[in-house]
Write a protein that binds this ligand. Structure first.
Ligand code: SD4
Length: 349
């Protein structure tokens, strides 16, 4: 189902700078005005067809979940001001990394079992350049640190204390280590029982993965998260793993993932989708096949596992699919920015 979630705009961050926020609101308002309120033919997105409203339009930006809407707006603003597609996907998710209302991305995210928030992020360009950081503490913008790994080091992934040292060397501010009010409240509540089990995301609020294409057809992607809440200290999910949480290839397309990282890593989810597209599948078919594969490899616990994939090919066709209902994504062009509900393998009820 396609939905224009105007109510989401009320959820814009409390800490946004006013100017940026009003610019973004203006863009979102324009987006809504530019979009049909009812879009014939896509009110129930056929699960075998691409759920793209703006097929073939470039630039095109896609992001996971409701927070994708303001993130897309920030990415589009960056492109409009002359930024590259890699600038756009970095800038877009930085918006989410600062979103105090979001407890699954950025330093305000829910902590691990020890009460420590650790962050994972990756960034990739369609030419194969990529960078990632994992198990990072006290850095507000892990996505920018991932970009530093990509552009200023000979490596692809730097983790933990080493990532923090890189951040210091590159002049990133190191934040005080304390839980955000929302995370602290949730953590104290969790500690009452300290149950360790993955929970299906029912709040429509999760990791942000963003994939985008510029006007010339160059692709890039980014993914950033505080990971699974109450994870074991040191646990790293799919988001910073190139090929699992994110994969981009200018010759084919791009894919990103959200949900239980372990299930996504097991099937190399994003790489799988790009390779299926390389073999001729549409983004939608590729996402559906990845979900089937994920279910097959995680069948014992599938009732408790949510995972969703989002993809585009170089022709601007779009695909999205999840294990369970509830996954949605934001899709933006220069003029429009709308939320679309993904189909899922298991249906409601
Ligand atoms: C992870 N996929 O760390 C990420 C984040 C997530 O609910 O989706 N958390 O597994």
């Amino acid at each position: 189902m396609v939905s224009l979630i105007s109510s989401n705009f009320n959820n814009l961050r409390p800490d946004s700078k006013l100017t940026r926020m009003s610019q973004r609101r203006k863009f979102i308002k324009q987006s809504l005005m530019g979009s049909a309120l009812f879009i014939p033919g896509v009110s129930s997105i056929a699960e075998a067809t691409a759920p793209s409203l703006f097929k073939g339009e470039k630039p095109l930006i896609l992001s996971t979940w409701n927070h994708g809407l303001p993130a897309n707006a920030a990415a589009v603003e960056k492109l409009k001001s002359g930024g590259s597609i890699i600038d756009a996907v970095e800038t877009g998710v930085k918006d989410t990394e600062l979103d105090l209302s979001n407890l699954s991305v950025g330093l305000q995210g829910l902590p691990d079992r020890e009460g420590i928030t650790t962050l994972d992020a990756s960034i990739m360009s369609g030419d194969g350049s990529c960078g990632a950081v994992a198990f990072v503490r006290q850095v507000k913008h892990p996505i920018s640190l991932a970009r530093v790994v990509m552009e200023k080091t000979p490596h692809v992934m730097i983790v933990g204390e080493g990532a923090k040292q890189l951040a210091i060397a590159e002049g990133f501010p190191i934040e005080k280590e304390e839980l955000s009010p929302g995370a602290k409240k949730a953590y104290l509540k969790w500690k009452e029982t300290s149950q360790y089990k993955p929970v299906i995301n029912i709040e429509n609020h999760d990791t942000i993965g963003m994939i985008g294409m510029d006007a010339k057809g160059n692709l890039a992607g980014s993914c950033t998260t505080s990971g699974l809440s109450y994870k074991m200290h040191g646990r790293v999910g799919d988001s910073p793993i190139i090929g699992a949480g994110l994969f981009v290839d200018n010759e084919v397309g791009a894919a990103t993932a959200t949900g239980l990282g372990e299930s996504i890593i097991r099937i190399c989810g994003s790489f799988l989708i790009v390779e299926l597209m390389r073999q001729g599948r549409t983004p939608q078919e590729a996402c559906e096949e990845a979900v089937r594969r994920l279910i097959a490899k995680n069948s014992k616990d599938i009732k408790d596992i949510q995972a969703g994939f989002l993809a585009m090919n170089k022709d601007g066709e779009v695909g999205a699919y999840a294990v369970h209902p509830g996954f949605n994504f934001a899709q933006a062009t220069l003029q429009n920015n709308v939320m679309i509900d993904s189909g899922s393998h298991f249906k409601k009820g």
